[in-house]
Design a protein around this ligand. Structure first.
Ligand code: PGA
Length: 254
């Protein structure tokens, strides 16, 4: 199982949920609590709303948190009004870029071609791409086909991938009452692992997102390297208890 070799990875996508004060007080509370965690087998990233990236970078300096962008342009620089330059993000100190979230596909018209170009732009600028992969279908066979196609179109042309994160998020589990079933997550994450190995991609982690929260990681830790959190992490205390829970499960698996 590749998952025991990789570090535990927990990411938080704040979307546009929190205002400035809420974001910074969430971050201050989380950073304070994280000082008590002495584990060098964990990586954490936070994806704040773009206008707050700079302040979040300042407040997380020296902490376990890396900062990333929820979206990037496929272009490094130039006449692209309103776009987020991956080059500038790297210069600021960001380490991750989320690419192809379902909301970008469904609400902002991103297609496989743009997503593939954005993955290339992340790697070219030394940002680790967090590539969202997830089916629309609730039927198992169709879901597998959708996920295979998404992986191949997103990744087969990538020449300069040094490191990759796959956020597996079935679209119907995003913003839902419950995450996908652990059986489904385990089957799909195993399939994703096989696909990545077939593409000869070596340095990757797979995390699960879509209503992820407390109590889930225990059931999927054999196939996933961590969690991609949304609403269930909005209370900083809950976020810390999810982190502690994942650390103990990962340690027990080793
Ligand atoms: P959710 O969001 O956990 O609030 O469903 C997950 C995501 O969209 O990344």
């Amino acid at each position: 199982m590749g998952s025991s070799a990789s570090k535990l990875l927990i990411g938080v996508n704040l979307k546009m949920y929190m205002n400035r004060e809420q974001t910074l007080s969430w971050l201050d509370a989380a950073v304070t609590e994280l000082q008590n965690i002495k584990d060098n087998n964990i990586e954490l990233f936070l994806l704040p709303s773009p206008p707050l990236i700079s302040e979040c970078l300042e407040r997380t300096s020296g902490s376990l948190f890396a900062i990333g962008a929820q979206n990037i342009s496929e272009y490094d620089s130039g006449a692209f009004t309103g776009e987020i330059s991956p080059q500038l993000l790297t210069q600021m100190g960001c380490e991750y870029a989320l690419v192809g979230h379902h909301e970008r596909r469904a609400l902002f018209g991103e297609n496989d071609d743009v997503i593939s170009q954005k993955i290339a732009a992340s790697s070219r600028n030394n940002l680790i791409p967090i590539v969202c992969i997830g089916e629309l279908s609730t039927e198992e066979k169709e879901a597998q086909t959708e996920v295979r196609i998404q992986i191949t179109t997103a990744l087969e042309e990538q020449k300069h991938l040094k490191k990759l994160v796959i956020a597996y998020e079935p679209t119907w589990a995003i913003g839902a009452e419950q995450p996908a079933s652990s059986e489904h997550i385990n089957r799909m994450c195993s399939l994703i692992r096989t696909e990545l190995e077939e593409l000869k991609i070596k340095n990757f982690q797979i995390i699960y997102g879509g209503s992820a929260g407390e109590g889930l990681f225990e059931m999927i830790s054999q196939t996933c390297d961590g969690l991609f959190l949304g609403r269930r992490s909005h209370d900083p205390q809950t976020f810390i208890s999810i982190v502690q829970e994942c650390i103990s499960i990962k340690a027990a698996n080793q």
